[in-house]
Design a protein around this ligand. Structure first.
Ligand SMILES: [Zn+2]
Ligand SMILES: [Zn+2]
Length: 307
């Protein structure tokens, strides 16, 4: 209803009425097609998450009652190739073949930058640094990576740039928890912090794979991901920038949210791929500046130069 008071001039009343007629004839902000697409995607994205939470739930009663029903609605499948898993009611992320590729038997890497060691160094358990990272001055202490950016790992990380790849990214995060525990078998009690995207890119993509990886890692370490970082400005994508200009591209791009308690903490900074280390280093610098005692970059994959 148009509110008309004795003091409202007639010209203004007709202008308001015309504006309201114009608004009524506009299409709704959420067209029906978008709502249908969105509602079709919600179960596709969330059902595996809900199924996993219930399957992995502590209560035997909940697991027992819901297990058979869940197997009917969302049968457990390999997160990489989609193969149906025979063992039901269990927390199985990967089939045997995919697991063999994602968890190679003895990957010998540089402890500082996660580059695989050259063949002639096999036999030495690990190296504190290597020719690739010796001259680097990163703000993070070292890198933990699940593997080299290729094969199944590369395919999963490409899929994790879209919402339908979220479940696999969380599965990779849980695998990373195993890598972290291998490196530091004792009590670590870290803060798990995802590398943030700029809000505009996050809105556009509808997913930040670093967040999904951090959620899986935190779940595997029995803690919660803590998104204390934010991007102060939109930077060009690192893959579109020459390696020599990447540090300048992200310098000062990250900041710590006010009120974050980082003093003396160990931070596991999570990202999908580490190439030059510039983004993680810029983020680690912000974390160190806010009082973090040490920052370790935990990434799904290490991209290494061919050859
Ligand atoms: Zn598989
Ligand atoms: Zn190295």
């Amino acid at each position: 209803m148009l509110a008309v008071t004795p003091a409202t001039p007639l010209r203004r009343i007709s202008r308001i009425a015309a504006e309201r007629r114009r608004c009524a004839s506009r299409p709704p902000i959420w067209p029906v097609k978008s709502v249908v697409i969105l509602s079709a995607r919600v179960p596709q994205i969330w059902l595996p998450v809900v199924a996993r939470r219930i399957r992995g739930g502590a209560s035997l009663v909940v697991r027992g009652v819901s297990g058979a029903l869940l197997d009917l609605i969302a049968p457990p499948r390999c997160l990489a190739c989609g193969q149906l898993q025979e063992e039901s009611h269990a927390r199985i992320d990967w089939c045997e073949a995919c697991r063999a590729e994602l968890v190679p038997p003895s990957l010998r890497v540089c402890l500082r930058c996660a580059t695989p060691l050259a063949a002639e160094t096999v036999g030495i358990p690990a190296a504190q640094d290597c020719p690739v990272c010796r001259d680097e001055r990163w703000a993070f202490e070292s890198v933990v990576a699940r593997g080299v950016y290729r094969g199944v790992l590369r395919q999963l990380l490409l899929e994790a740039k879209h919402p339908q790849g979220a479940a696999a990214a969380r599965g990779l995060g849980r695998l990373l928890a195993g890598s972290v525990r291998e490196r530091w078998p004792g009590e670590l009690s870290p803060l798990v912090v995802p590398l943030p995207m700029h809000w505009r890119r996050r809105l556009n993509r509808r997913i930040n794979s670093a967040e999904c990886l951090a959620e899986g890692l935190a779940e595997g370490l029995a803690t919660r991901a803590t998104p204390v970082l934010w991007r102060r400005r939109a930077t060009r994508q690192q893959t579109a920038v020459a390696p020599s200009s990447r540090a300048a591209n992200v310098r000062g791009a990250f900041a710590v949210r006010s009120g974050a308690a980082l003093t003396g903490r160990t931070v596991l900074l999570v990202d999908d791929v580490l190439t030059t280390g510039s983004s993680c280093s810029a983020a680690a610098q912000a974390l160190r500046g806010a009082g973090a005692a040490r920052v370790v970059a935990v990434v799904a994959a290490r991209r290494v130069a061919p050859g």
